[in-house]
Design a binder for this molecule. Sequence first.
Ligand code: COA
Length: 387
Amino acid sequence: MPRAAVVGAGMTKFGVHDEPLQELFGAAAFDALDDAGIGPRDLDALYFGNAMSGQAENDTHLGPKCASHIGAARIPVQRFEDACATSANAFKNAVEAVEGGTHDVVLVGGVERCTPETGKDTPEMTRIFASASHRQYEQPTGLTFPGVFALLTKRHMHEHGTTEEQLASVAVKNHANGRLNDRAHFGKETSVEEVLEGPVVADPFRLMDCCPFSDGASAVVVVSDDIADSFEAPVDVTGVGHATDITPIGDKTTPHATQAARDAANQAYEQAGIEAADADFAEVHDCFTGAEIMASEAIGFAPDGEGGTYAEEGRTSLDGDRPINPSGGLKAKGHPIGATGTAQIVELTEQLRGEAGDRQLDADTGVAHNLGGDAATTVVSVMEVRS
Ligand code: COA
């Protein structure tokens, strides 16, 4: 049984933007509303994600500012903050709201600016992002997010023999996919050699193993199953799982297993009545190349310890049997924190409608995996072609 349907999807290009946050969000929101064939007055609520703009731009209480900007003032607006999983959590709550009868039509989305357009350079933005790590046990050590995921990845390499070449193959794939996506931050391909020759950011990650700092916005229109057929191109949401894990990472017994992702994926698959093998593709949270390998195992797209091999052998490429991140992922499409979760839902919607252009897959079922903080929060969603 569908829990809800997505009937409209929109996003800005991810990259560098100089417009105010409500205008950036408005561009994605109008795109989604137009796609759904409705206007702002048809909305019952806005579920909105933004993680860092208070620290980065001295701009808070953004929900009502965005609602006013799109001409939807007076509707209830709810703001979510779950680090990088911010708008996926907004999406989960919107699905629950339409399923439970609280609302029928909800606009869900997120916006963030992370580039020097905010007035904050890479070291300052890295410090701001690190506020999502543990205040007492991680921040005092100087641990920032490249370091968090480097530690998890090092553990994966130690346990499973994952290699730097396998990490690099994830970057190569995602840059190749991103080149087919005109809304991606980066439009250029790379090679294993180029990745391995890049400067080290946090061992084992080099420059090209990392996602960039990006600005951007994304939005989707979520409606109740009852009214979905009155829209032109509904795509069913059949499962949304949500779990957290122990933080700080030093307290996790198997940190490289990303347990929250496993729990969230199991919930989502159970709700949808499917197994991982039934899903045709996934958008996963590849903030660093190692994160994609761990995610591919956590959601059951590769057996434990074989995520690196799957990437290296091309099995997760567009023409592989387990495609991952056809959009280019965070690595090439970009990562404007609060916009990333619903941007994954945009990609699932377009793929399942057959609107993904040169990166189109033959797919009936897609999975989105969005992770926040030191692998402490994960939301996994399953969407399917409406039958
Ligand atoms: N991937 C590929 N190319 C990148 C890149 C990335 N992640 N980041 C920057 N570049 C490119 C730029 O386009 C630029 O290219 P050009 O010289 O051809 O114009 C060049 O590298 C230098 O860019 P710059 O902005 O000066 O890089 P930087 O040193 O300030 O930042 C990183 C590079 C990798 C340190 C930064 O992108 C980073 O920290 N990324 C991780 C963000 C993060 O932690 N997100 C949270 C995840 S949980």
